[in-house]
Design a protein around this ligand. Structure first.
Ligand code: DGY
Length: 417
């Protein structure tokens, strides 16, 4: 089967009728940013199904605007922690945290690919705005966007969180059984030390019914993060442009964009000459160069000073951009967000570079990403040195990245608007 047809088949296989699993086994529910990628991937060959994906995602939105990172549509005992641990309070059983807000940006692409979706997009636009407003109300630190749980950034076990994780007291978390390591080699997953702390943060949130005001008082984990800041900045630009074309008043969104542009500046760490995460409680930078540091171009920030460090990271890897600087202590090429290269991040970074005219690096990232898939199929992530596939396989968002961007077919057939 052609790789192109395989990619489509993966989306179809993982389709649960209205939402798409990231992959069977490891992730048996609907994940927020995975779904945004899935919606875009579907739109390349089945636009109706693409729109449906976003509509199902937003059917789980909370009344305060929060859009959960997992929707537990049908209970699956193969995943931990499930809805009984999270105790979400939305219309559908869910987690209590969110994930990088990429949905508006994918919707903008979908609208260019399928203008007939305009009525559906208009209905979703209001929900997206409510979600973005929730971030702006609850998650800012000096204009940068904070995560309140490592899972929120999507980069679960990134070294960015190490120092904040050390402040978490896990006394009394109780016994629990992880499920992820029964699906995937434990050496490719977060450690028990990490999981204890992930769970403690879930318990803390549930203890205050996910009330953001209360949670802010008791949560030791609050980290201003390049992933969130850059994706929300980009998403607000896309939301503004779509809003303008719909005849909406976008003044408030313009203000959000200014706030986030200023906030992004506070993430610049002169010591590493790169965008870094910063502990909102202590004000200290984490000193971590990651693939999230390279999302500035995706956010529309043209900072030539950011290029050398990113290019050095690319030079140190064989394939694409590693999730953590290969030259740093603690780089682990197969362990999730501490080293592997991720097609989804390569797409966000590479398409941002392409748009900002950094064509040489953009082409390199895209070519590398295509090679990874040609060599080793549609894995969750890959060793950036050898290309070895890792994590889950037959992965939805990796297949979507092939269909929308990385595949070796003419640009006119790609979903890059
Ligand atoms: C997991 O379960 O590993 C997810 O990344 C959490 O969202």
């Amino acid at each position: 089967m052609r790789l192109h047809d395989k990619a489509k088949a993966i989306l179809r296989q993982n389709d649960q009728g209205g939402y798409t699993l990231p992959t069977f086994g490891l992730y048996p529910y609907q994940w927020n940013w995975d779904s945004a990628f899935a919606a875009w991937g579907f739109t390349t060959f089945d636009p109706d199904r693409g729109w449906r994906e976003l509509e199902t995602l937003f059917s789980g939105q909370w009344d305060d605007g929060m859009l959960p990172h997992i929707l537990f549509h049908r209970i699956d005992p193969g995943y931990f922690p499930g809805p009984e641990v999270w105790q979400g309070r939305g219309p559908i059983p869910s987690s209590g945290i969110t994930q990088p807000p990429v949905a508006a940006s994918f919707m903008a692409k979908m609208l260019v690919m399928h203008p007939d979706g305009k009525t559906r997009a208009r209905a979703l636009w209001k929900k997206l705005k409510a979600w973005h407003a929730w971030f702006m109300e609850w998650r800012l630190d000096q204009g940068a966007v904070c995560v309140t749980h490592p899972w929120e950034a999507g980069r679960d076990n990134a070294p960015d969180w190490d120092s904040a994780m050390r402040t978490i007291d896990v006394t009394g978390i109780g016994e629990y059984t992880r499920r992820d390591t029964s699906h995937v080699d434990p050496s490719m997953r977060p450690t028990k030390y990490d999981y204890d702390r992930y769970l403690k943060l879930v318990q803390l949130g549930a203890s205050v019914n996910w009330d953001q005001r209360e949670l802010k008082k008791i949560n030791p984990f609050r980290v201003a993060d390049p992933t969130m800041t850059f994706t929300l900045l980009r998403a607000n630009r896309d939301l503004r442009d779509m809003g303008q074309s719909f005849g909406e008043d976008v003044t408030q969104i313009e203000n959000w964009i200014k706030t986030l542009e200023d906030g992004a500046k506070t993430l610049w760490n002169e010591n590493i000459k790169g965008y870094d995460s910063r502990d909102a409680h202590t004000g200290a930078f984490n000193g971590v160069l990651s693939n999230a540091s390279a999302l500035c171009w995706y956010a529309g920030i043209d900072n030539a000073e950011a290029r050398p460090a990113v290019e050095r990271m690319m030079d140190a890897a064989t394939y694409g951009l590693a999730s953590f600087n290969p030259e740093a202590d603690g780089f682990e090429p197969l362990r999730y967000w501490r080293g592997p290269t991720w097609p989804i991040m390569n797409f966000l970074v590479g398409s941002g570079m392409e748009e900002m005219g950094i064509s040489d690096l953009a082409d390199r990232i895209r070519t590398d990403t295509r090679h990874l898939m040609k060599l080793n199929g549609f894995a969750e992530y890959y060793d950036p040195l050898t290309g070895k596939p890792a994590g889950g396989d037959s992965f939805t968002w990796t297949a979507a990245v092939w269909l929308g961007w990385a595949g070796d077919f003419p640009k006119s057939e790609r979903g890059v608007a």
